[in-house]
Ligand binder design. Structure first.
Ligand SMILES: [Zn+2]
Length: 269
């Protein structure tokens, strides 16, 4: 028997062909409740999963994240791969936070670096897909933020699957795409999924926090409508993702000649 949330995730996987049981799926576990819920759900639905965690190296906060991740994997009896940012990019992430001249938020920088490591390592581990814990509210916020920031074309990727059709790019899936934050809270609370409660001490993403506030008074029904409308907009502005470059420095797939991670690494001062 499946609960409502489990059935919804099952339906999303089927409708959008997110993955199948022959594929190896790496769950990007952060230490938070959302990715822990994805691991639990895909495990229960019988998928072949392993976990990957990027240790950002931010002191006690990161240690607690790793602890929660280890506990999730122990409970589900799944294999865990851990990578350390400092080891992977050769310097602590805090140095990049400090040297960033474009005033990118710490969360944006961290996201770029984590995605870079995730893709490279998932490919080495021969994973077919990477599953992340993004839920409905995350996605609605990102969609609006892209518009507010003048990059509406980024919304052409709005949807539960991100596939560039490039062999070096590991397809990313979001099984919780249609699931609300509240449903995940209830689910992870009921199952007592190990997760951290504290907020990253380096979090500086006021723009997202502000955008998040916009949703507080919006009803469930309206949010569902927005998801449908945003998916339709995304379908209409879909661009051809197949023309991908490779970064001249690291060789990873990139929209430009030099990938965002290598751009960040080049910053001197
Ligand atoms: Zn690069």
């Amino acid at each position: 028997m499946f609960s409502e949330i489990e059935q919804k995730v099952k339906d999303t996987i089927k409708k959008y062909n997110l993955c199948n049981k022959k594929q190896k799926i790496l769950i990007a576990l952060s230490g938070g409740k959302d990715s822990a819920a994805v691991a639990h759900l895909l495990n229960k639905l019988g998928y072949n999963i392993e976990a990957i965690h990027i240790d950002i190296g931010l002191g006690k906060y990161s240690e607690d994240c790793l602890k929660a991740v280890r506990e999730v994997c122990r409970r589900l009896d799944i294999k865990l791969h851990v990578y350390n940012v400092k080891q992977e990019i050769g310097k602590p992430i805090i140095k990049i936070f400090k040297k960033n001249p474009d005033r990118l938020s710490n969360c944006t920088i961290c996201g770029v670096i984590k995605k870079w490591i995730l893709n490279r390592e998932a490919r080495k581990l021969k994973a077919d897909k990477i599953a992340t814990g993004h839920h409905r509210e995350d996605e609605l916020q990102t969609f609006l933020m892209n518009i507010f920031k003048g990059s509406p074309q980024l919304n052409s990727n709005f949807g539960p699957v991100l596939d560039t059709k490039d062999s070096k790019f590991v397809i990313r899936i979001k099984p919780l795409f249609f699931i609300s934050e509240k449903e995940i809270e209830d689910y992870s609370g009921k199952l007592k999924l190990p997760s951290i409660r504290e907020i990253c001490p380096y979090r500086k993403e006021t723009y997202r926090v502000e955008t998040r506030k916009l949703f507080e008074k919006i009803s469930e029904k309206e949010k569902e409508n927005m998801m449908g409308n945003f998916l339709e907009i995304s379908r209409r502005i879909k661009t051809d993702n197949s023309q991908i470059n490779y970064c001249k420095i690291c060789g990873e797939p990139s929209r430009k000649n030099i990938c965002r991670k290598c751009e960040l690494m080049k910053i001197k001062k």
